[in-house]
Design a protein around this ligand. Structure first.
Ligand SMILES: Nc1ncnc2c1ncn2[C@@H]1O[C@H](COP(=O)(O)OP(=O)(O)OP(=O)(O)O)[C@@H](O)[C@H]1O
Ligand SMILES: C[C@@](O)(CCO)CC(=O)[O-]
Length: 913
């Protein structure tokens, strides 16, 4: 790395030595030494002349300055914080003056104002999409002619540089974004100066930063940089920098910034100045890792664009004008869907536009940063739709490689190379330290591209192997994501008793589980549940297929009534190998794999898929989270196996038959999670609304009746946050009944009478006055709760909620809901209960450490996303003013719990039961 020339300082230093006859003072000597400081020293040492000696430049957060004769009067024209930043940057760029503006695009806008109508801008043909957009606007609205040419070949520019073409500006990028093409900045500058002396050479230097490339030293007139990228390095601000050498251009730029008011705000100037100090340090690390990533992909046979690779066609020119290869690279996979899977499968590499931050990013430019260039123009300019751009950050290279490799494998872009014997862990660790490039090449040898098998010999060998029965089964997968969502429930009357054949009354709530089943192509089945810490995958071929029960019935899509104990045990054993999983996670995996296997019916029918689930429904709190989860698994897997059809956009509801099939499978999953559930939770989660449910037991008929007077009643759900386990609570009541039937049976009878009366009141057909109805329901709630206490399923925390809500001035009726033992309580809020009292009650409950939540009941049941095209399979957002398409699995996984409702609204197109 050479030190940039710092014009002011170095000329002054030389003159001091040469002109002075006496020996230089200490200050003069220091100044002379400082003139030779290297770039990282310059970055870190800000020349700060603060009146109080502040060691970091203070933020002058002021619009105006007092007095008539000071250096500053109005922040639009100048501000000390921005001034400090600009002085510092001028030294780094080797510029006469540097200007800090609000964004990189503002810089381009300012620079383009130097072009008059009738003049021409000659620009590259592999440009950042935003640059292209602004140039197009200038062409259509500013009377400026814009010509795009291949700036990597001087010969391609020559025809346009004739004087008659009135070229006022030549706009260059090198390396270009995202194809990393190289323009000979010095060669082009010379040629332009000769043939069009009035033309300004402008370079967008964002991909390099002044650390690696200083175009002013190569003949450029103006350089601009997006300060949002490497200069600041943390993606926490937007900024742009213009650096200029010629004083007359400095004057014009200063005039425009002052007139328009596009100068960077004081706080952002402060942040940017702070970021710049670590720029070279960050970039050294980022570049070293980028080199490893490029080598890895290159040696696997991907076409990689990166000037650090020996194979880069313009490598010599790049290294003549820059001192590093940068930290952005791109590669093609040859298949857009494959690229989408790779991008969607990474975790550490965040999907995002922009680059230059300390954290690594991955994107598909044609869908994101370059989406504003039409597909036809992209094709004409040779920008492959499947191109993936990687922007390398400062994370540990081994973690970045693990993540990328995992995603390449899951997507089917690479497969293990079984003929290669890997290094031992200790040898690999040594090699990483002593020779990282040898380490990465060794690592890449462990994999190969599946396409390499398509050589004639490989095909022959694989054909023979297939004939001999040696090859693995061809894995099925699904064509596109299956997106589903199901609600939790609140039981108003009859929990526990319902397991024993008593009627219970329940309603769906506005808290839900959301899930996406997505394809993979690596022969694995995976489960991701971020809020219970599950991230697990299994080789499909290693599942205990041999233990699948033989189906006697021919309707394979109809769920079995009972669980198969041998299969369940084998799955439990397999899941317990994931030592990192907690109990909740383990149960989630077992239920998923059980349904997955039984529904497939045979190994060859098991699709390679990932099920991603998350919920804004509290788990294990008595609100039917397991039923919502079970409903999501059941419905998505049924569609994946084509046992039911994915609804189309014109469909308004799922059919009764399909609803029953889904309910049957959700019930089977509930049996895995709950032991002996009654089926009420899954019935409500699948169908939504409010129901009176009776389980068929001991030869008695079951039933399910809709209740239409329920949804207008306000309920307060209070989560005690005490964890409990429905399975053991249900088992406990059954054990009590066996041991003390004379105690339990009368309780069950009493609960039946409560449910009967409540059903009549809530059917919506009674003539009872509303006020009397509410009062009667309150009495029934109190009675039902005391029966549950006698069944032994309450908890001190639940009793605290009962007491707090019953106390004066509230006087409300509360009971536990669901399995009890902790979890949630439900309080009926009468219509005339004042809002101020409700607020006070909520505050009281919160002060006792509980989480109250006013719910609306009776909402929709299972929803399945209907899509008519691949495109709609994605969530569209708008970033950088452009459409950004991210796989739904990724957006779901990354949406915080409070954002899930909004996520589901953006997904749209839901068809409900
Ligand atoms: N969103 C989810 N993702 C994954 N697994 C879940 C999810 N929600 C529930 N589960 C599974 O269901 C189990 C919770 O079941 P549990 O019966 O204890 O709670 P609940 O269904 O909320 O309560 P209740 O049945 O009393 O209404 C968890 O241990 C977990 O395995
Ligand atoms: C406790 C219980 O009655 C309700 C759990 O939400 C069990 C069941 O019905 O499955």
């Amino acid at each position: 790395m050479t030190t940039p020339s710092t014009p002011g300082d170095s000329s002054l230093a030389t003159s001091v030595y040469s002109l002075s006859s006496k020996s230089p003072t200490e200050a003069e000597q220091y100044k002379a030494r400082a003139a030779n400081w290297r770039f990282s020293t310059l970055c870190a040492s800000v020349d700060n002349k603060d009146q109080y000696g502040a060691s970091s430049t203070p933020i002058y957060q002021t619009a105006t300055f007092k007095g008539m004769d000071g250096q500053y009067d109005y922040t639009r024209s100048g501000n000390p914080t921005r001034g400090g930043l600009e002085n510092h940057l001028a030294r780094l760029y080797g510029a006469t003056q540097a200007f800090a503006l609000s964004t990189g695009m503002t810089c381009l806008d300012t620079i383009l104002r130097l072009v008059k109508p009738g003049e021409t801008v000659l620009a590259g043909d592999d440009l950042y999409g935003g640059t292209n957009r602004l140039l197009t606007y200038l062409g259509t609205h500013g009377g400026v002619k814009v010509i795009h040419a291949d700036t990597t070949r001087i010969e391609a520019l020559r025809p346009y540089l004739q004087p008659g073409n009135k070229v006022r500006m030549v706009l260059l990028e090198s390396p270009t974004n995202p194809l990393l093409k190289i323009a000979d900045l010095e060669g082009i500058s010379k040629e332009v100066k000769q043939s069009s002396p009035d033309a300004l050479i402008v370079v967008d230097n964002t991909m390099m930063s002044p650390y690696l490339q200083r175009p002013l030293e190569l003949g450029a007139d103006i350089v601009y940089d997006s300060g949002t990228k490497y200069l600041s390095g943390h993606h926490d601000l937007m900024a742009g920098i213009i650096a200029v050498k010629r004083p007359e251009i400095c004057k014009d730029i200063a005039f425009l910034i002052n007139s328009v008011g596009s100068g960077l705000a004081p706080f952002d100037s402060f942040l940017l100045l702070r970021g710049v100090k670590t720029m070279s340090l960050r970039m050294d690390r980022q570049m070293a890792t980028a080199q490893l990533v490029a080598l890895y992909l290159n040696s696997l046979g991907f076409l990689v664009h990166y000037p650090g690779l020996k194979s880069h066609p313009k490598r010599d020119i790049h290294w003549k004008q820059a001192t590093g290869a940068g930290a952005v690279l791109s590669f093609v996979t040859g298949d857009k869907a494959l690229s989408e899977r790779i991008v969607g499968g990474t975790r550490l590499w965040g999907i995002s536009v922009s680059f230059g931050a300390v954290n690594s990013l991955i994107s598909m430019p044609c869908l994101m940063s370059h989406a504003s260039i039409s597909a036809a123009v992209r094709a004409e300019r040779g920008l492959p739709e499947n191109l993936i751009r990687l922007c390398v950050g400062i994370e540990d290279p081994r973690d970045l490689m693990d993540d990328l490799e995992h995603s390449l494998l899951s997507a089917g872009a690479i497969t293990p190379n079984l003929s290669h014997s890997p290094l031992s862990n200790s040898r690999s660790a040594e090699l990483y330290v002593s020779d990282p490039e040898a380490w990465i090449l060794e690592r890449a040898k462990g994999f190969k591209r599946p396409s390499s098998e398509s050589s004639a010999i490989d095909k022959l060998v694989s054909g023979v192997k297939k004939g001999l029965g040696f090859t693995a089964v061809e894995r099925k997968t699904i064509e596109e994501d299956i997106v589903v969502s199901a609600p939790g429930k609140v039981i108003l009357f009859g929990e526990h008793a319902v397991v024993h054949g008593v009627t219970a009354i329940a309603s769906s709530v506005n808290l839900r589980c959301f899930a996406v089943l997505s394809p993979r192509s690596d022969g694995k089945v995976a489960l991701e549940v971020p809020n219970v810490g599950v991230e697990a995958e299994w080789e499909i071929s290693k599942l205990p297929w041999g233990l699948l029960p033989v189906h006697s019935n021919t309707h394979k899509h109809v769920a079995d009534k009972d669980l198969d104990p041998a299969l369940l045990q084998a799955i439990e054993k397999l899941v317990h190998e994931h030592k990192e999983l907690g109990k909740t996670g383990i149960n989630s995996c077992i239920a998923y794999l059980y349904l997955y296997m039984v529904m497939a019916g045979a190994e060859s029918e098991g699709p390679a898929v990932t099920f991603t689930a998350t919920a804004n429904l509290p788990i294990s709190a008595g609100l039917g989270s397991s039923a919502a989860y079970s409903t999501c698994i059941a419905s998505s897997l049924l569609i994946a196996h084509s046992h039911i059809n994915k609804p189309n956009q014109d469909q308004t509801r799922l059919s009764e038959g399909e609803t029953n099939i889904i309910d049957g499978w959700a019930f089977l999953s509930e049996k895995v999670l709950h032991g002996t559930p009654s089926g009420i939770d899954n019935a409500v989660s699948v169908r939504g609304g409010a129901v009176a449910f009776t389980r068929a037991v001991g030869g008695r008929k079951g039933g399910l009746d809709g209740l239409h007077g329920f949804s207008s009643i306000r309920l307060l759900l209070t989560n005690t946050l005490v964890p409990r386990d429905t399975k053991s609570l249900v088992a406990g009541v059954s054990a009590k009944r066996l041991a003390e039937p004379h105690v339990v049976d009368p309780i069950l009878d009493a609960i039946q009478s409560i449910s009967d009366e409540a059903s009549t009141l809530l059917s919506g057909q009674t003539q009872v006055e509303r006020r009397d109805l509410i009062t009667r329901l309150e009495t029934l709630i109190r009675e039902n709760h005391s029966h549950l206490v006698n069944l032994g399923v309450s908890h001190p925390s639940l009793e605290m909620v009962v007491q707090a809500t019953a106390a004066e001035p509230f006087g409300l009726a509360t009971k536990l809901t669901g399995a009890g033992g902790g979890g949630c309580a439900v309080t009926l809020i009468p219509d005339d209960f004042p809002q101020s009292s409700l607020d006070a009650l909520i505050t009281t409950l919160e002060s006792q450490g509980f989480q109250p939540h006013l719910t609306s009941v009776g909402g929709p049941g299972l929803g399945i996303h209907a899509s008519s095209s691949q495109k709609e399979n994605k969530v569209r957002t708008s970033e950088e003013g452009e459409g950004m398409t991210v796989p739904k699995r990724v957006t779901l996984r990354e949406t915080p719990i409070e954002g899930l409702q909004h996520w589901s609204e953006r997904v749209g197109n839901w068809v409900h039961t």
